[in-house]
Design a protein around this ligand. Structure first.
Ligand SMILES: *Cc1c(COP(=O)(O)O)cnc(C)c1O
Length: 383
């Protein structure tokens, strides 16, 4: 048996919904995309949702909508997928990282506070902070937003792990503590569209800019034209945009998946409770879950003894058919970023985390037998 670390759950209804689109009129962005946007906006309690072909695209357009440019600085968590940082580089901005909290694995509030204070003194405050809800565990949005406001910094939530998560009684995606929230629908995430992403916001102007940027910067709305219309065929390109559209095929799958999201997350919580109990006596750190929030449990990350020991445990698990993974290599350690001069010494918690983290298999369709295989293998690896 071979147990992957993540896997999509596709039902017959999901398949029928996609087949219906294939028999219909629209394949690229059409009414199914609009329906999916409306469903996600309703689910999260945000007024505007803009579907795109990936979360990476959504992060890029979120930065552009906030006017991030070549003289600006973007900060994000040291432990995240590279896309949380790359979006800043796409805009020509300088990227820097904030160390993590070793309990939550989210951005450290005290490190962030100190970094803001130093940046103010040195005159290099960031224009945008990208907060990552790592593993689906909501970051401390309220104090983070307060800090960012004090220093005039806009906030984007990279909620690629966190659709379905809740913070202080509101869904992640409601954008009460950020300018824009971004979701990913990659197959390893909580719900999938194959490839896909979405940006949510409460700000109609940001929503409109992201809609324009998603499709070449072209508008067909006469209210937005700069010149007079030439006739019924007329449209105008009023800014430089991209083709980041989602297809109706993908959106139909997304809408079907969204119907089951709470079931998926309940299943993840049941599996996490099993892991918590079965691994309690072993020499490892289990993931923290904040009592005041509901994690979407995209990942279940354990931490084992550092360095060589982690590698031995990882290799033993892989050899046992448990396809564990490491999320993530600290972004500043990648050659592309290393060449910009970051020093691992600046991020002691991220280094410590990276030396010890292993992501165990976690997905709604993980069977009891498969989970038992994982639990037995972890037990053997650590005995
Ligand atoms: C998956 C992921 C992304 C990118 O998502 P795509 O939809 O694959 O572009 C960005 N940030 C984080 C934290 C992710 O996990």
């Amino acid at each position: 048996m071979r147990v992957p670390y993540a896997r999509q759950s596709i039902s017959e209804d999901d398949i029928s919904a996609v087949v219906e689109i294939l028999k219909g009129e629209y394949l690229t962005q059409g009414p199914a995309v609009e329906r999916f946007e409306e469903s996600v906006a309703n689910y999260c309690g945000a007024p505007f949702a803009i579907a795109m072909n990936s979360a990476t695209s959504a992060l890029h357009l979120a930065c552009l909508a906030l006017d991030l440019g070549p003289n600006d600085i973007l900060w994000t968590s040291a432990i995240t997928f590279v896309a949380s940082a790359n979006c800043g580089v796409y805009c020509g901005a300088k990227v820097d990282f904030v160390d993590i909290d070793l309990v939550t694995h989210n951005i450290s509030l005290s490190a962030l506070e100190e970094k803001f204070r130093n940046a103010e003194q040195q005159g290099c405050l960031p224009a945008v902070l990208i907060v990552v809800h790592f593993s689906g565990e909501p970051a401390e949005l309220e104090p983070i937003k307060k800090l960012a406001d004090r220093y005039g910094c806009r906030v984007i939530e990279d909620a690629s792990h966190a659709i379905g998560a809740r913070y202080k009684g509101a869904a992640i995606g409601s954008c009460w503590h950020s300018d824009i929230t971004v979701f990913s629908f990659h197959p390893v995430k909580v719900i999938t569209t194959g490839e896909g992403g979405m940006a949510l916001t409460r700000d109609p102007a940001l929503a409109q800019r992201m809609r324009l940027l998603r499709s070449h910067g072209i508008t067909r709305s006469e209210a937005e034209f700069e010149g007079p219309t030439d006739g019924p065929w007329y449209y105008e390109q009023i800014m430089l945009g991209y083709n980041y559209r989602m297809t109706d095929i993908a959106a139909a799958l997304g809408s079907q998946q969204l119907l089951r999201i709470d079931k998926f997350i309940d299943a993840r919580h049941r599996l996490a409770a099993n892991y918590d109990q079965a691994l309690a006596a072993l020499p490892l750190t289990r993931p923290h879950r904040n009592a005041g929030a509901r994690s979407s449990l995209h990942l279940y990350v354990i931490r084992v003894g550092e360095d060589d020991n982690r590698r031995a445990v990882f290799e033993f698990l892989r050899a046992s058919g448990v396809m564990v993974n490491v999320h993530y290599i600290p972004v500043y350690r990648h050659p592309f970023y290393k060449s910009m001069g970051y020093s691992p010494g600046s991020f002691p918690a991220a280094e410590k985390y990276y030396a010890s983290a292993i992501s165990l298999p976690m997905y709604a369709a993980l069977s009891d037998n498969e989970q038992q295989l994982v639990i037995d293998a972890v037990g053997k690896a650590l005995s």
